[in-house]
Design a protein around this ligand. Structure first.
Ligand code: ATP
Ligand code: FE
Length: 332
């Protein structure tokens, strides 16, 4: 059985073909990051237009690289992200999926983008079976789920304000670093001293599985302002390292708490911030945690995770029809 996975929730057009639950036949990705970079964030209207431009050429490349000659005969299921995400972006994926499902006469299944991120781990680690905990940490989300079974997710806690990825992006802006901020801060932090600035670890003593990153961003802003007022140079690498330390301590601390509360030791991470080298290292070092960390390529948005989540969902008996529509604020 071959599933076509379609991801267009934000600024990456991702398509993949999956045979059965985990054999990737082909995957292609078109990133818009360079177009959005000068604006310091994703411009929704531009994103949806670029998905539209990218979609068909990308689909042709996908079919060619998997040597699919007759998709009508060879493709059995279409899995598409329906939310959460940007409405205009989601619409391109969902409408394209509907057209293809109609033309090829195949079923369509809508996928929650966050379930997709969780399935990035299932794809990367064959041995990972529920129950496990999942830290989804991306540009728009910072959440810990208890994965009781596939399709059965219990939200243990989330951010009160900004997502961790959003915070990386905003702090990068404060430091005049390019968008997206995560990868460049990660790189510069490796050359910096993480104890130079004593940035607070948010909600570290709250006793709840919850996050908050807007205060941390403000602390960085004040540190920069103070240095500027004194006419001192900005030690960018040290700020990056100190900021990243606080984020990682917050994430790892709450993961520890979630492990303690649930008694589940297996922890999978996903989403763009899961690419962060300090977070990956810190989780690997945790004694009481069995960490499942996908390759960097699987952390950010891609079609493979959507195909995998959609296939699993279909096998659990879920199927949609052509009335399917995007839901930008969909929860898991
Ligand atoms: P969501 O999944 O919540 O809808 P999204 O799909 O836009 O959001 P992802 O593509 O999963 O988010 O992740 C993008 C985010 O990950 C950006 O905020 C980026 O700065 C951050 N990021 C990417 N690489 C790293 C890294 N090495 N360290 C920290 N953050 C990173
Ligand atoms: Fe994402």
């Amino acid at each position: 059985m071959i599933t076509l996975g379609i991801e267009t929730s934000c600024d990456d057009t991702g398509l993949a073909l999956l045979e059965g639950p985990r054999r990737v036949l082909a995957d292609v990705l078109h990133s818009q990051v360079e177009v959005h970079a000068p604006f310091g964030g994703v411009v929704p209207e531009v994103a949806s237009r670029l998905h539209q431009d990218a979609f068909l050429p990308l689909l042709m490349r996908l079919l060619e690289s998997a040597q699919i000659k007759d998709p009508k005969k060879e493709i059995d299921l279409i899995a598409v992200t329906v939310g959460p995400g940007l409405m205009g972006s989601l619409l391109v994926g969902v409408m394209s999926a509907k057209g293809l499902a109609q033309a090829w006469g195949v079923p369509i299944v809508g996928v929650n983008h966050l379930e997709g991120h969780i399935f990035a781990n299932v794809m990367a680690h064959g041995e990972l079976v529920p129950p496990f905990l999942s830290l989804v940490v991306s540009g728009g989300h910072t959440e810990i789920y208890e994965v009781l079974d596939y399709g059965n997710y219990n939200l243990l806690g989330r951010t009160r304000d900004d997502a961790a990825g959003e915070c990386f992006d905003k702090v990068a802006k404060l430091l005049d670093l390019p968008y997206p901020g995560g990868p460049i801060i990660d790189k510069l932090a490796q050359k910096g001293e993480s104890t130079t600035f004593d940035f607070p670890v948010p909600l570290s003593n709250s006793g709840e599985v919850e996050f908050s990153f807007s205060g941390l961003k403000t602390a960085v802003l004040w540190a920069i302002k103070k240095l500027k007022a004194k006419g001192q140079a900005i030690p960018v690498e040290d700020i990056c390292a100190s900021f990243q330390r606080a984020v990682v301590e917050s994430l790892v601390g709450k993961v520890r708490l979630a492990v303690k509360k649930t008694g589940i030791r297996k922890v999978a991470i996903s989403g763009g911030v899961a690419a962060n080298s300090a977070l990956r290292e810190a989780l690997r070092k945790e004694r009481d945690i069995e960490a499942f960390i996908p390759p960097v390529k699987m952390c950010t948005d891609n079609g493979i995770m959507i195909a995998a989540a959609g296939y699993n969902r279909y096998m659990r008996g879920h199927v949609d029809d052509l009335r399917i529509n995007p839901n930008p604020s969909m929860s898991l």
